[in-house]
Design a protein around this ligand. Structure first.
Ligand code: AMP
Length: 227
C-alpha cells in the first residue's frame, strides 16, 4: 500500500431533467468544495457564440431542444478536461446525457486512472419543470440565476450579487422547446440512472424543495463520496 499516493481529482456527475437545478447546485458545490463546474450546455453555447464548426453544427439542434451529436459533445468535453484547472476535480453538469457519452467518459477517466466518485440524480416532477424553465434568467456577468416567479432580484433587472444590469434568457428556455428537452431526457438520459446504479455510484436527492435544503443534502452526499 502506498499511503503517499496523491488522491486522483474527484469526479461528480449531476443527473436530472432540464430545470432540475443542476447548474445552480453545481455552482454551489463548486464554491463549497473548490471543484470546477463543467457544463456541456455552457461549452456548446460558447461554441455557438464563437461560430466554431462544432457550434454551427450544434445551433439548430439546441434551439429545437434535441441532443447534439455524441461525437461533438465528447470532443468538447475531452478538450476541456485537459485544461489545468480540472486537476482540482470536476462536477459534470449535463454530461453524460447518453449511454455512448457515459462509456466515453469511463474510457477518458480510465486513461488518467480517475474514477467517478458519485452520480447524483436530482429527483423532480416533470410538471413543475416547464414553469421553472420558462421563467428563468441569469446575470450575463456573474452567472447568478433568477426567476420571474420564484427569485426576482431586489431591483428589477439588476443583479443582487454583482450589480450588473445584464440579465439574459436562454433561447431554448421557452415552453415550446421544454417539451422536446424533457422527452430527450427521458428517452436518452434517464437510462443512465441504472447505468450508474449498476456501477455502485448512484445517489439521489429530492430536488423539489428549497435550493438551500437541496444544497445541504447534495453537499453531504458529495462529502461522503469524496472522503
Ligand atoms: P443544458 O444547458 O445542459 O440545458 O444544455 C442545453 C442544450 O445543449 C441541450 O438541450 C442540448 O441541446 C445541448 N447539450 C448539452 N449537453 C449535452 C450533451 N451532453 N449531449 C448532447 N447535447 C447536449
Amino acid at each position: 500500500m502506498n499511503s503517499e499516493a496523491t488522491p486522483s481529482p474527484a469526479v461528480l456527475i449531476l443527473l436530472g431533467p432540464p430545470g432540475a437545478g443542476k447548474g445552480t447546485q453545481a455552482r454551489m458545490l463548486e464554491q463549497r468544495f473548490g471543484l470546477v463546474q463543467l457544463s456541456t450546455g455552457d461549452l456548446l453555447r460558447a461554441a455557438v457564440a464563437a461560430g466554431s464548426e462544432a457550434g454551427k453544427a450544434a445551433k439548430a439542434v439546441m434551439e429545437a431542444g434535441g441532443l447534439v451529436s455524441d461525437q461533438i459533445v465528447i470532443n468538447i468535453l475531452r478538450d476541456r478536461l485537459t485544461e489545468p484547472d480540472c486537476a482540482k476535480g470536476v462536477i459534470l453538469d449535463g454530461f453524460p446525457r447518453t449511454t455512448v457519452q457515459a462509456q466515453a467518459l469511463d474510457h477518458l477517466l480510465g486513461e488518467s486512472r480517475q474514477k467517478i466518485n458519485a452520480a447524483i440524480s436530482l429527483e423532480v416532477d416533470d410538471a413543475a419543470m416547464v414553469a421553472r424553465i420558462s421563467g428563468r434568467y441569469t446575470c450575463g456577468k456573474c452567472g447568478e440565476g433568477y426567476h420571474d416567479s420564484f427569485k426576482a432580484p431586489a431591483q428589477d433587472g439588476i443583479c443582487d450579487k454583482c450589480g450588473a444590469a445584464d440579465m439574459k434568457r436562454r433561447a431554448d428556455d421557452n415552453a415550446e422547446t421544454v417539451g422536446s428537452r424533457l422527452e430527450a431526457y427521458h428517452a436518452q438520459t434517464a437510462p443512465l440512472i441504472d447505468y450508474y446504479r449498476d456501477k455502485g455510484v448512484l445517489k439521489s436527492v429530492d430536488a423539489m424543495g428549497e435550493i438551500t435544503t437541496i444544497a445541504s443534502a447534495m453537499a453531504k452526499l458529495a462529502d461522503q463520496a469524496m472522503s
